[in-house]
Design a protein around this ligand. Structure first.
Ligand SMILES: [Zn+2]
Ligand SMILES: [Zn+2]
Length: 244
């Protein structure tokens, strides 16, 4: 399996990190998880291209995870790709309908399939996926792809989600802010390290990074390291990891 970070930023731009998007590829199958602002460009830069994205899986409906959905639809339509499946938590149908209400001319341009999923097991784009409800300001699902990859989506750090991710070769986890930012709905290194303490995870990538984290990576890793002694790194846009 290949996991490519298309966007490792958040709702506030850093100038370097685009909003959330993760590409999951295995045996010729391709799935885009989340489609925030900038992801359409990153898809092009990644060499995969928007033409090969026929399924998008959403963690939740915040703008920084869905902003490029319509641009993706329009680009696919212009490129003659007629199909797109959008899968996400409850409310995804209403979201897509409402987006198309605003940009009416995009209605009926694509053969659009929209599917809502809940926590548990399901299959999407040929991948067997487990979903787990996170703790965030909107309903949000974390997704796990077998023993290879878990993506936290947006969430506070907590034991239930750490249990869900345990045993993964790769975990990409929200780590929005450094410790001195008072925040709910997202982790800080301290809360993330505490939740991960004692877990068996191959490697953890920190993502969903606000500008507040710039220049503070070392201290953030140190803070996590006081609780969790595993391999932890910062994700970067367009970084690809091969997992077996
Ligand atoms: Zn969010
Ligand atoms: Zn977000």
């Amino acid at each position: 399996m290949r996991v490519t970070f298309l966007g490792t930023g958040s709702a506030m731009p850093t100038g370097e990190r685009f909003q959330t998007g993760v590409l999951v590829q295995e045996n010729g199958r391709t799935l885009l998880v989340d489609c925030g602002s900038g992801v359409l460009h990153r898809l092009q830069q990644s060499g995969v291209g928007y033409e090969r994205i026929s399924t998008v899986l959403l963690t939740h409906h915040h703008l920084d995870h869905v902003a490029d959905l319509l641009p993706l639809m329009k680009a696919r339509w212009l490129a003659g790709e007629e199909h797109l499946e959008i899968v996400g938590p409850q409310g995804t149908k209403a979201l897509v309908d409402d987006l198309l209400d605003v940009h009416e001319y995009m209605q009926d341009k694509l053969d659009l399939q929209v599917r809502e999923v809940v926590a548990g097991e399901f299959s999407v784009a040929g991948f067997d996926v487990s979903a787990y409800e996170t703790r965030h300001s909107l309903p949000c699902l974390a997704y796990r792809f077998g023993d290879l990859f878990t993506f936290s989506g947006d969430t506070e750090a907590f034991a239930g989600l750490a249990n869900f991710a345990e045993g993964s070769a790769i975990l990409a986890h929200d780590c929005s802010f450094p410790d001195d930012v008072d925040v709910s709905n997202h982790p800080t290194p301290e809360t993330l390290g505490t939740a991960l303490a004692g877990r068996e995870i191959g490697r953890v990538y920190l993502t969903h990074l606000y500008p507040h984290t710039e220049g503070r990576h070392d201290e953030m890793l140190e803070s996590i390291g006081t609780h969790y002694d595993g391999d932890v790194r910062f994700a970067e846009d367009l970084k690809t990891i091969s997992v077996e």
